[in-house]
Design a protein around this ligand. Structure first.
Ligand code: PEP
Length: 249
């Protein structure tokens, strides 16, 4: 009942020309939208040209971040309304790189979630523990705190569509992947948190796994009951590899 979603997080990579080439290559072998929804999130500078390339395709595009105000004196920031104006449907929020390098707290992620909803964007909210937190047995405490901050501020009436991504920080860009069983355990935990918030939300919410997803480990991960697709970083910069991951969903 949950349509799989595979999202590519291109991070701070690529000129406009490179982004266009990548988008063209993905579009040329576009996966069947009945099987998997595909999303690409280029850097802000390439959203417009990627959107042009993807016209007439079912492949969605979105951003990697937003600022919570609509407009004003916030030098360097981009609002949800501006992203909608570019045709974005989705926005990644609370990525661990934003939490780690830009000091984003749970409170900031909540404000951004609310701004995304206000602008009509679908938030992809990331949660995940660090290596030392996992080693200390704190995985559920950490992802539980992150998801609860969101759920306490969210309204079940407007939650629909929201995507959650479990991304263990120790697996992002490291080549280390959570085993399917490790990932499933946390996904099931997250779904229980969602069920306590709203049963319908628990059934409908897509929970993506992210952290060194590759063509050769995607199928096993996506086969888990509570894993509804992937958020893919490095491997999404290679069209062939990304399409193989999409095909595994
Ligand atoms: C990410 O940045 O969201 C991510 C999962 O990166 P990678 O696939 O490179 O680990």
């Amino acid at each position: 009942m949950r349509q799989p979603l595979v999202a590519g997080n291109w991070k701070m990579n690529g000129t406009r020309w490179e982004a266009e080439s990548l988008a063209k290559a993905i579009k040329a072998s576009e996966p069947d939208p009945a099987q998997v929804e595909v999303l690409v999130c280029p850097p802000f500078t390439a959203i417009d040209c990627v959107g042009e390339i993807l016209k007439g395709s079912a492949i969605r595009y979105g951003a990697q971040n937003l600022f919570w105000e609509k407009s004003g004196a916030y030098t360097g920031e981009v609002s949800g309304e501006m992203l909608r104006d570019l045709g974005c449907r989705y926005v990644i929020l609370g990525h661990s790189e934003r939490r780690q390098y830009f000091g984003e707290t749970d409170e900031v992620v909540v404000k951004k979630y609310q701004a995304a909803k206000r602008a009509g964007l679908v938030p992809v909210v990331c949660v995940g523990e660090t290596e030392s937190e996992r080693a200390a047995g704190q995985t559920e405490a950490v992802v539980g705190r992150q998801i609860q901050a969101l759920l306490q501020a969210a309204d079940p009436q407007t939650w629909q569509g929201t995507v959650v991504a479990y991304e263990p920080v120790w697996a992002i860009g490291t080549g280390l992947t959570a085993t399917p069983a490790q990932a499933q355990e946390v996904h099931a935990f997250l779904r229980r948190q969602l069920a306590a918030f709203d049963e319908a939300a628990a059934q409908c919410t897509r929970i993506l796994y992210g952290g060194s997803v590759k063509a050769d480990n995607a199928a096993e991960l996506f086969a888990q009951a509570d894993i509804d697709g992937g958020l893919v970083g490095g491997a999404s910069l290679n069209a062939e590899e990304f399409l193989k991951i999409c095909a595994a969903a």
